[in-house]
Design a protein around this ligand. Structure first.
Ligand code: 13P
Length: 230
């Protein structure tokens, strides 16, 4: 299983250092095949020792240059970061990242050999239109994305389940993952959206779920380690 923590705009450099230490103390007990990823905010990127991979939540598709407020490859290289989240719904919606921009980012970081966790997910009004609409919406988020890229992991995160405390149902996850698995050529597929210690076992036992991308419940090292060790 894959357990990925997306801190979003939470934690400082100092609290991330404490978190990594606390988490790593628990990770000795994890199953050897399980993989753990942490995506701290950019200001907390660093070289951390531990049984986990640190990735960036975002970066501009350039080595360096005049991109005010962004970080590029040069800033990631400093800490040996080779993993990136692309296409998160918060970037698509709040920061108005278009599919074309998302695809540009994908191509650039693919070219650099990065491991990419590529996020897709539908809003509530699409879910309410029925499964055909959901699938059509999700498939459009693969436009310009090379699903054959060998270092690709997909994360399905229904927007209405993110940060709401209400995860998608087993049935909803199962049906959606089954359909997605057919188009992603066997790539690992994570579920994200209110995953937490109390529902992790249920979610990870669904056929077609290869792991989770966790927001709120990952912010506390105890809670996230509970999920990994459950
Ligand atoms: P929550 O776990 O807080 O619902 O967030 C999910 C998410 O967006 C992870 O990327």
């Amino acid at each position: 299983m894959i357990f990925a923590a997306n801190f979003k705009t939470n934690h400082t450099r100092q609290s991330t250092q404490l978190y990594m230490k606390a988490l790593n103390e628990k990770l000795g007990a994890k199953k050897p095949d399980d993989k753990v990823y942490i995506f701290p905010p950019s200001t907390a990127l660093d070289t951390y020792e531990g049984e986990f991979t640190v990735g960036t939540q975002n970066a501009y598709p350039a080595h360096n240059g005049a991109y005010t407020g962004e970080i590029g490859l040069e800033q990631l290289d400093e800490f040996g970061i080779q993993t990136i989240l692309i296409g998160h719904s918060e970037r698509r919606e709040l920061l108005e990242e278009s599919q074309a921009k998302v695809a540009d980012k994908f191509s650039f970081f693919k070219e650099q050999g990065f491991e990419i966790i590529y996020c897709i997910g539908e809003p509530l009004h699409i879910r309410e239109q029925g499964f055909d609409s959901v699938l059509k919406y999700l498939l459009a988020q693969f436009e310009g994305i090379d699903v054959d890229y060998e270092k690709l992991i997909i994360a399905y995160e229904p927007i209405w389940a993110i940060g709401t405390g209400r995860s998608a149902t087993v049935e909803e996850i199962s049906t959606t993952h089954k359909a997605l698995k057919k188009v992603i050529n066997g790539k690992p597929l994570l579920y994200g959206g209110s995953a937490k210690p109390t529902n992790i076992q249920e979610i990870t036992s669904i056929v077609g779920v290869d792991g989770v991308l966790v927001g709120s419940a990952s912010l506390n090292a105890d809670s996230f380690s509970k999920m990994i060790l459950s």
